[in-house]
Design a protein around this ligand. Structure first.
Ligand code: GUN
Length: 295
């Protein structure tokens, strides 16, 4: 029997509705959560993401600011914007869209954002908090979304073999930290695979939960999946497809058709992990506003 689909779009909708209700309650107490997004340059994919983040914020009843800067922006100019947002009491979350133009060092920018406004969870203070299991820290939106998908789909994680393919700072490493903690939707035995892993298939084939964030289209095939596994595909890759109007289509890092014959549950691409990212960004912004009110 083909795998059951984990409907990321529906779960993200559920979370966005919850965030909107809780935002309204916070507004009634005099605080409207505010998110500022900075986009430098005119990368079309980034422009689409930034626009969706702004719309999602407004839909949730939050205050939304989008700052669009030219590709020629210098690092000091960008840092001046970050400083202004750090000091602005109406802004609880700051996100600088990556990638940045080559004259700007992303690490310098990430370290300049106040950790209590770093709703991306990229600042070393938040990276450290996630690693030690301090719940005050902000978890990067994509791994937080994956964990929420597992939780809301009723996947048993305690004691499970969880194999993560990919070791990026944005997904693989924080995903590892989340799944190994002793809390809910976690408590797993975690293996992280990467480009130097010998015999990748030997690892993936014993995963009860397989999370793939490697950035390589369809690299995980059904033959590499354990029967009955839960497969979470974080990849979003454009591949050429002459049969579509645009000439391309989106595929994940998992070969969906073969993997779904073997797995018990699987996320599709699109409408799997993707929509969860914005939902978790809103959730982090709401918490940043609550924490600001309490401090
Ligand atoms: N570019 C692609 N994904 C992300 C993300 O999660 N946060 C930021 N800031 N930039 C991105």
């Amino acid at each position: 029997m083909p795998a059951e689909l984990i409907d990321g779009a529906a779960i993200a909708r559920e979370i966005r509705d919850e965030v909107a209700r809780e935002t309204a309650a916070l507004v009634a107490r005099g605080v409207r959560p505010g998110l500022a997004v900075i986009l430098v340059g005119d990368d079309p994919a980034s422009a689409v993401y930034v626009q969706s983040k702004g719309k999602a914020c407004e839909e949730a009843g939050m205050h939304s600011v989008t700052i669009r800067l030219p590709a020629s922006t210098t690092e000091p100019e960008l840092l001046a914007h970050v400083d202004a947002l750090n000091a602005d009491p109406a802004i609880h979350g700051i996100l600088v869209q990556m990638p940045l133009p080559k004259q700007i060092d992303p690490d310098v920018v990430i370290r300049r954002i106040r950790p209590d406004k770093d709703v991306d969870g990229f600042h070393p203070v938040n990276v450290g908090k996630v690693l030690i299991g301090d719940r005050d820290g902000f978890v990067p939106c994509t791994p937080a979304g994956v964990q929420e998908l597992l939780l809301r789909s009723g996947v048993e994680t305690k004691g499970a073999e969880c194999v993560i393919v990919g070791r990026s700072n944005i997904v693989g490493k924080p995903m590892m930290a989340l799944m190994v903690q002793s809390g809910r939707a976690a408590n797993a035995t975690v293996t992280v695979c990467h480009s130097a892993t010998r015999d990748l298939a030997a690892h993936t084939a014993r995963a009860d939960i397989l999370i793939v964030a490697a950035g390589r289209p369809r690299m995980i095939t059904g033959a590499m999946v354990k029967p009955g596994a839960t497969v979470i595909d974080v990849g979003i890759n454009r591949v050429e497809d002459a049969s579509t109007k645009s000439g391309y289509r989106l595929v994940g890092d998992v070969d969906f058709e073969s993997a779904r014959q073997v797995a018990a549950r699987i996320t599709p691409v699109p409408k799997g992990v993707g929509p969860m990212t914005i939902a978790m960004l809103l959730s982090n912004t709401l918490r940043a506003a609550r924490q600001a009110l309490a401090s």
